[in-house]
Design a protein around this ligand. Structure first.
Ligand SMILES: *[C@@H]1O[C@H](CO)[C@@H](O)[C@H](O)[C@H]1NC(C)=O
Ligand SMILES: *[C@@H]1O[C@H](CO)[C@@H](O)[C@H](O)[C@H]1NC(C)=O
Length: 344
């Protein structure tokens, strides 16, 4: 009787652990943050590997022939930032480090041409695999922004994208490596770039919804819509990581005036008024005719709770470099810590 009871207890504990403690906190690391002056400067060694479950080195590029393009050779070979990222695994052996190819500044047309061409695709798959293994990465993230858009082929890219993912996943999974991709969730992108959501989900291990790239969409209703569009299309919820940001957008009376990291925004205190926007569920800071719409520990905690409610994999945050990593306004890393604590 006691033995049976003990077995049940152990089983219950395991079950609780699985359902309660696996939330992903995917931290994008923009490698150019090493060039930011003063206390904005951010390097691999500044990452806290105990609150990010995944770190995504951003970015590498793509050559027109399909081969990996190292965008910043100085930082790769002299500063050895990638090696420093791998060193974080000494602190947390469960940390996964992925390499991200693409981003907003990459030419979508090159991805269109490579994905359309069987030999170039095969060059890409081989080159990615070689690159990942050379540096000891755990996986690859493809952030093609976006199939069929911004110079791509609006008829053929969406199906070539799936073919490319399929070939990448087969090759990477065979070596124990993970494949993820950053995707948009606007209704327009769903039509042009991702008409077959189920095929995309089947050929990926993780999907990062880059809501933060779709103009300003921090609002909770937007996040809800983004998740629903991917789930309704047939995505596996456990593969989805919803986007969260550590920066805000500033506006004056007439227009949007720029973006600012949370590590700067949190210092605007004495003459700025904090106002919580109940509809969007995000904070604002207001001074005269200037307004900053951003994310804080509270709004990101709400986003993490939404991810849990939908049984998603977790949250992908752009980026690790603009949280208050130095603790200039209080405890260090308040935003990513909030995500981690809600999800784990
Ligand atoms: C997407 O496609 C559907 C079906 O073709 C159409 O009804 C809808 O208006 C399109 N939405 C956008 C934003 O293009
Ligand atoms: C808003 O900011 C823009 C860009 O900085 C500037 O050109 C414009 O004059 C500003 N408008 C107001 C009303 O302050």
């Amino acid at each position: 009787m006691m033995k049976k009871f003990a077995t049940i207890l152990v089983l219950l504990t395991i079950l609780l652990k699985v359902s309660d403690g696996e939330g992903r906190v995917v931290c994008y690391f923009p490698s150019w943050a090493i060039y930011i002056p003063d206390n904005g400067k951010f390097q691999a060694k500044n990452i806290d590997p105990n609150i990010c479950t995944h770190v995504i080195y951003s970015y590498i590029g793509l050559n027109p022939n399909g081969a990996v393009l190292i965008l910043d050779d100085w930082e790769h070979t002299l500063l050895e930032e990638v090696a420093h990222l791998m060193g974080l695994k000494d602190v947390n052996p469960d940390l996964k480090v992925l390499a991200c190819m693409g981003g907003w500044n990459e030419n979508s047309a090159i991805y269109s041409q490579v994905s359309a061409h069987p030999e170039k695709r095969s060059t890409m798959v081989q080159s990615v695999l070689t690159y990942l293994q050379k540096y000891g990465y755990d996986g690859f993230a493809l952030d093609w922004e976006f199939p069929g858009q911004r110079g791509g082929d609006s008829d053929k890219d969406s199906s070539n994208f799936v073919t490319l993912l399929k070939e990448l996943k087969t090759a990477l999974n065979a070596e124990g490596l993970t494949l993820s991709a950053g995707v948009s969730a606007t209704p327009e992108s769903m039509n042009i770039s991702y008409p077959d959501v189920k095929a995309i989900s089947d050929n990926l291990d993780q999907i990062n919804i880059l809501s933060f790239d779709d103009g300003y969409s921090a609002g909770i209703s937007n996040v809800d819509g983004d998740i629903k569009r991917w789930l309704d299309g047939g995505a596996d919820p456990r593969k989805l990581n919803i986007g969260g940001s550590t920066y805000g957008r500033s506006f004056n009376a007439s227009e949007a005036t720029g973006t600012l990291g949370y590590n700067k925004i949190c210092q605007f205190d004495s003459d700025w008024k904090y106002v919580w926007d109940d509809k969007l569920q995000v904070p604002n800071k207001i001074k005269d005719d200037q307004k900053i719409v951003y994310e804080d520990a509270k709004s990101l905690g709400i986003k993490a709770d939404v991810a849990i409610e939908y049984n998603l994999g977790g949250v992908a945050v752009w980026s690790v470099s603009t949280d208050d990593f130095l603790g200039l306004c209080g405890d260090s890393y308040p935003l990513i810590t909030s995500l981690y604590n809600h999800l784990n």
